[in-house]
Design a protein around this ligand. Structure first.
Ligand code: GLA
Ligand code: ZN
Length: 671
């Protein structure tokens, strides 16, 4: 359950907040005092505290110092702020690494990582789990009934960095034994006769042999599962002692070695750390599309609103060139998250650190140390807009289209040695399909292959779905049979869930649904492109081109003579639905047109009936329409009949809206 604003006495609105590293300022009481006034001024109603505070709370084993954290709770509570309390496992205290070396990860060569950094603990180590349980229990007992507490923030940005310590290897072998039961079954699934890699005992298995793809896949699966298991172990005391306080952990990346679709099943509220690379190129449309894709993924994980747990109020300091946000961009990018389903706008961080690696990462209060800064003004303005958008809290978005993004398929595709290995670009390919919907103003979910229900969609898009589980193939078959429209990209379903190639033509298990069978895949070099024609227009094909044999599909587009007129785009009626196949990487403009036409044909309508100019995103959340200009120039948007009101300003809107560079307007149907 999201801590809805109704639950937050005195705060009937969206959350607006920041990571508050209070413990960095304990020696400066004046600063802590100033913070309270500044927070009120910026309309901050929630703070995430304690994220990196282990060494301040438990200064030696079992000895807790809660006085300062008590003070933080009391101050914020009196200031009418709510608290998201973190468990501190993201970064361990030195005494713990010193006393129990096993808590630090081991590299593939068996060397122990030195103490330091963060999120580099072993997830299997019994001592680490014991230490986390001890401190999480203490936190839950001390603050579980505090009226300011609304949510647990478990750890910070877990990742899928593997640990090769004896504990992890033993757990991996047990995980394998549970999955395969016998070593013979494992040998068969892993195809270990290849290069003489048969195993005769579980103990022989060491997860560092990239020549056995299924071994590497299972190692990645195990590492992801072990992270989820570690998270659940951290949650155990929290859920037991404070059953009414929901639990989140902040996702990031998203390709950090975790299967987030699976992970999401275990959290109460999804939260996401968003750091788009604004102004990295002259045109911000691609960054905006990618941010939208990732927000829609967060919303789709559980099919409900999420929290924007972190974002930078200015520049970050870890990109090659981290740009400051241009005028308007802060409010625009913050409200973009809300438009896609976030119930909060939160920042890393409230006050800029004076030391350490993040001292030049922007924060709401910078080293300039006043409220009179550009960043502070924009944050305060964001706070006042969020306040006026209260009614949107908890509302969802409806999508009739979905793009499938499969983390595990990406892992196997990454490991695969294909005739063309450079520029596989799975994530980019998925985003470029999604982009066609974004530009058309058509709401689109971003879902998983394994844990998502396909049946609620009209159009299902499967870009480069290289690994296809047999159950997913069945789901796609049922979806199409029942009237769904499925669109597959190239390199579809080459391997099954053990990374074994399908025999007898691809897409494996679905050749009858698509009415085609792929015989082989052409490799296209970077200096060349192939040409196919569709609807009388010539189109370019890049990188990969599947050679299709038609089994019953209708050919919609074909290659020219150099490719013997082979089919490029096909459609097959299957049951009450239709299955399209696009056998190659196309230009963006092709996808934009293809999906626009497809949506029109199958009555998947845009949120609004107006023409949406380039670089402008229109997102509808419940009754509220967000019109967002990601261009660095003014745009006019003819919205036709004047039936909208401008929500934050409560004024009516004209027939044409003029948006300044990086401007947005939020409107609602007047009726
Ligand atoms: C991540 C972390 C934060 C901080 C920011 C900086 O998202 O969770 O602690 O380091 O990056 O951008
Ligand atoms: Zn380990």
């Amino acid at each position: 359950m999201i801590p809805s604003t109704e639950d937050i006495e005195g705060f009937p609105r969206l959350l607006h907040g920041a990571d508050y590293n209070y413990e960095q300022w304990l020696d400066f009481p004046q600063i802590l005092d100033d913070d309270l006034a500044l927070m009120r001024e910026a309309e901050i109603n929630v703070l995430s505290v304690g994220i990196f505070s282990w060494s301040m709370i438990e200064r030696e084993e079992g000895i807790f110092h809660f006085d300062w954290l008590d003070g933080c709770f009391e101050q914020l509570y009196k200031n009418k702020q709510k608290i998201i309390l973190a468990t501190p496992s993201g970064s361990k205290p030195a005494w713990l690494s010193e006393k129990y070396p096993e808590v630090s990860q081991m590299t593939v060569n068996g060397t122990r990582q030195p103490h330091g950094g963060r999120q580099n603990h072993c997830r299997t180590s019994p001592e680490y789990r014991k230490a986390c349980t001890r401190i999480n229990t203490a936190l839950a007992k001390r603050y579980g009934t505090h009226p300011a507490l609304i949510l647990w923030h478990v750890s910070n940005e877990y990742n899928g960095m593997p640990c090769y310590c004896p504990w992890c290897l033993t757990a991996f072998r047990a995980w394998l034994e549970k999955r395969y039961v016998t070593i013979d079954a494992l040998n068969a699934a892993w195809y270990t006769t290849f290069w003489s890699h048969r195993f005769s005992s579980w103990e022989q298995i060491y997860p560092a042999d990239s020549s056995i793809h299924a071994l590497m896949l299972d190692w990645q699966r195990f590492t992801s599962d072990q992270t989820i298991d570690f998270f659940l172990a951290e949650c155990e005391p929290l859920r037991r002692i404070t059953p009414d306080i929901p639990v989140t952990t902040n996702f990031h990346g998203p390709d950090v070695g975790l299967d987030y679709h699976k992970f999401a099943q275990y959290v109460d509220v999804i939260s996401w750390d968003s750091y788009p690379e604004w102004h990295k190129t002259p045109d911000d449309e691609d960054a905006a599309v990618k941010a939208g894709f990732l927000y829609d993924m967060q919303r789709s994980f559980l099919g409900k609103p999420f929290l924007l747990m972190e974002s930078s109020p200015g520049a970050v300091n870890w990109q090659g060139v981290s740009k400051k946000k241009r005028k308007g961009m802060h409010i625009l990018s913050s409200l973009q998250a809300v438009a896609h389903g976030s119930d909060s706008v939160q920042y890393f961080q409230w006050r800029q650190s004076r030391g350490g690696t993040e001292k030049f990462h922007d924060a709401v209060v910078t080293h300039f140390n006043t409220n009179d800064t550009r960043i502070f003004h924009e944050v305060a303005k964001t706070g006042s807009i969020l306040k006026r958008l209260a009614s949107i809290t908890g509302t969802n978005k409806e999508s009739q289209a979905a793009v499938v993004y499969d983390f595990q398929s990406n892992w196997v595709l990454d490991n695969a040695q294909l005739p063309r290995n450079v520029g596989k670009n799975y994530q980019k390919e998925c985003i470029s399909h999604y982009s066609a919907f974004w530009k058309a103003g058509i709401s689109c979910d971003v879902i998983g292959a394994e844990h998502s229900d396909f049946s609620k969609y009209r159009i299902l898009v499967l870009p480069m779905l290289y690994m296809l589980r047999e159950e997913t193939a069945e789901k796609i078959r049922r979806f199409t049979d029942n009237g769904g429209v499925v669109v597959s990209g190239f390199l579809a379903a080459l391997v099954n869930e053990n990374d074994l190639c399908y025999q007898g033509g691809t897409p494996g298990g679905l050749t009858d649904v698509f009415g085609i069978s792929v015989e082989e895949t052409e490799t296209i070099a970077d200096y060349e492109s192939l040409i196919f024609s569709m609807n009388g227009q010539k189109q370019k094909a890049f990188h990969y081109a599947d050679h299709i044999r038609v089994l019953g599909a209708q050919v919609l587009g074909s290659f020219d003579e150099s490719e013997n007129g082979l089919p490029a785009v096909t459609v097959c009626k299957y049951g009450k639905g239709a299955a399209y196949y696009i056998c190659t990487r196309t230009e963006q403009e092709f996808k934009d047109q293809f999906f626009r036409d497809l949506c029109a044909q199958y009555s998947v309508n845009p949120s609004v009936p107006w023409n949406i100019p380039k670089g402008v995103s229109v997102q509808k959340r419940n009754e509220v329409v967000f019109i967002m200009n990601f261009n660095n120039n003014e745009v006019d948007i003819p919205i036709g009949k004047n039936e909208y009101i401008n929500l934050p300003e409560n004024a009516s809107v004209c027939r044409t809206i003029t948006l300044p560079p990086y401007g947005l307007i939020i409107v609602k149907l007047a009726r």
